[in-house]
Design a protein around this ligand. Structure first.
Ligand code: SAM
Length: 285
């Protein structure tokens, strides 16, 4: 769809011109409607006074939405070499406010790519490839240093992954991802995107999820300890914690008791706060 204030050809023409047939192994499902990508861009907050880090710009639909809606600077990492020239065209049309890097977002050092931010906030905005989306989220959410280098994440995931991120205890979706994201960030689903918005349409609906880091609580456990406890608990989610935590070494019953949790409880019954208290107990000798 042509957008009046965007100076470039419609996305379908860009995709045809550069022969960007979607590659499954790169999780490619491209958006083409700049009204929709503009809506996603605006949901990320104040774009003008920010640096935006985008993973997987592809032919540039979301990138153009960001730039058209005033993003001061966009730094993008794309793994598919075929998209790079199309993205250079976007950069030229938007006065060089976009810098494009060819590479694997799982491996890059983001701050090195972004360079000097001139004291501006960094926001991550991306329509993530479904095959590495969760791994990228875990990369960003598991840093020891908190608050992290980004102010917010506005990310598109398969709806089912979005539901796992925001899930509450005693639900099927509640698990490791819910606890790791919620214990030091506010997480919400902003809106859904139907399959038909993409070329080619994926099998399932997508959701835009926003994650905003909070200051860590004074008595929060170390990220690594929490991760160990949560992984052990959910790896055998049907077992009682007194059994599933055995692999962690210390006597699970005394740790559970010290944290005020019933030894017969199962992982999905614990709140995020319960997990934090339990992890703190595991940090004690
Ligand atoms: N942002 C575009 C859009 O909304 O139409 C494309 C989104 S598509 C779901 C995911 C994009 O991520 C593809 O362009 C793909 O080539 C790229 N990609 C896949 N794996 C990647 C990785 N490890 N690092 C960087 N980009 C990757």
């Amino acid at each position: 769809m042509k957008n009046l204030s965007d100076p470039l050809p419609p996305l379908r023409e860009v995709i045809a011109e550069y022969g960007l047939s979607a590659k499954k192994n790169l999780g490619q499902n491209f958006l083409t409607d700049l009204n929709l990508t503009g809506k996603i861009a605006r949901s990320a907050g104040n774009l003008e006074d920010s640096v935006i880090y985008e993973v997987g710009p592809g032919p540039g639909a979301l990138t153009r939405g960001l730039l058209e809606n005033g993003a001061g600077r966009v730094v993008a990492v794309e793994m598919d070499q075929r998209c790079i020239q199309a993205l250079r065209d976007v950069s030229a049309a938007y006065d060089g406010r976009l810098s494009v890097h060819e590479g694997d977002a799982l491996k890059v050092n983001e701050l090195n790519l972004i360079g000097d931010t001139e004291n501006k906030d960094i926001h991550i905005v991306a329509n993530l490839p479904y095959n590495v989306g969760t791994a990228l989220l875990v990369k960003w959410m598991t840093g020891e240093k908190w608050k992290p280098w980004f102010k917010s994440l506005t990310l598109m995931f398969q709806k089912e992954v979005g539901e796992r991120i925001i899930a509450e205890p005693r639900t099927k979706a509640y698990g490791r991802l819910s606890v790791l994201c919620q214990y030091r960030a506010d997480c919400r689903i902003l809106f859904d995107i139907p399959r038909q918005a993409f070329i080619p349409p994926p099998k399932v609906t997508s959701s835009i999820v926003q994650i905003t880091p909070r200051k860590e609580a004074v008595n929060a456990p170390k990220q690594k300890t929490l991760e160990k406890v949560v992984s052990a608990a959910f790896n055998q989610r049907r077992k009682m914690l007194r059994a599933s935590l055995k692999g962690l070494g210390a006597d699970p019953i005394s740790k559970l008791c010290a944290a005020g949790i019933k030894e017969t409880a199962r992982a999905e019954e614990l709140t995020v706060e319960d997990f934090c208290r339990l992890a703190v107990e595991y940090e004690k000798k």
